[in-house]
Design a protein around this ligand. Structure first.
Ligand SMILES: C[S@@+](CC[C@H](N)C(=O)[O-])C[C@H]1O[C@@H](n2cnc3c(N)ncnc32)[C@H](O)[C@@H]1O
Length: 248
């Protein structure tokens, strides 16, 4: 690996190793009913069943396990070996692999093996630093090829203010403190920026809208903190067979 390659693996593996060892819960680790099960109806019409669906940045696999019940071939991929170990232990029947999106040869080899893939990605892009996002997007494009669909959920630009207010009112959620202490630096990426990263001239928006990321932090009123977010599905313009029909 080149020395100028961004090193997200170190901080994330430190985070996941400690989380698993101490049996802690991650802030974003809501049950699938509040996450991928809500997302799937938004994306399902755009995801060909004959392609592999990669849950990219799958963490401990909570969402991957749900996706694997609905798609024939799902792979959970994450930069952290500790996360992949936990995901595999919880779900030995689904394929999981360690993959750093900045490891270009590994990304190219995966595309060679799978062909064009669909990608589900929940709350991953915002923690990639702005200067690393173009390289991250290049790898996404490699995995998608011309016919894969990128279906993702990301924190909205207003998430930062929401989290700031949350900390002011209720103190820092332990899950947030733990992830920040490993050097992970969350930011935000809005929809137009995400599209521009992929290539506005080359990618078409198939679906988009507002969403919420349900957290594992319980507010005094008994509800979960819910962070403002949005969803989007994108496909390479040349690979778009036809506009999906309503009800598909
Ligand atoms: C906020 S967590 C979201 C986990 C999961 N998508 C979910 O919703 O439960 C972000 C995940 O992205 C992974 N990640 C960070 N950088 C990555 C990279 N360069 N390549 C692959 N995965 C990465 C982290 O290890 C972490 O599991």
């Amino acid at each position: 690996m080149r020395t100028d390659t961004p090193q997200y693996g170190d901080s994330w593996d430190t985070y996941w190793s400690a989380t698993e060892e101490q049996q802690e819960t991650s802030l974003w680790d809501a049950p699938a009913e509040l996450a991928s099960a809500v997302d799937l109806p938004r994306f399902a019409a755009h995801l060909d069943r004959d392609k592999v669906l990669i849950d990219l940045g799958c963490g401990n696999g909570t969402q991957t396990r749900y996706l694997a019940q609905h798609f024939g071939h799902v792979i959970g991929a994450d930069v952290s070996p500790a996360a992949i170990k936990a995901a595999t232990a919880a779900d030995p029947d689904t394929s999981y692999m360690v993959l750093d999106l900045f490891d270009t040869p590994a990304v190219e080899a995966l595309h060679e093996r799978l062909g064009d893939a669909n990608i589900y990605m929940r709350t991953v892009l915002h923690q990639i630093l702005p200067e690393h996002r173009p390289a991250f997007a290049r790898s996404l494009r490699t995995l998608l090829g011309t016919t894969g669909v990128l279906a993702f959920v990301e924190l909205a630009p207003t998430a930062e203010q929401y989290l700031h207010d949350l900390v002011e009112r209720h103190g820092p959620p332990p899950g947030l403190t733990r992830v920040l202490s490993t050097g992970v630096r969350p930011g935000s990426v809005d929809g137009p920026e995400a599209l521009a990263l992929l290539g506005s001239d080359a990618f078409t928006v198939l679906a988009e809208g507002d969403s919420l990321v349900h957290t594992t932090f319980t507010l005094p009123n008994g509800q979960r903190a819910q962070v403002p977010a949005y969803f989007m599905a994108l496909r390479h313009t040349t690979g778009q067979p036809s506009a999906p029909r309503a009800g598909d």
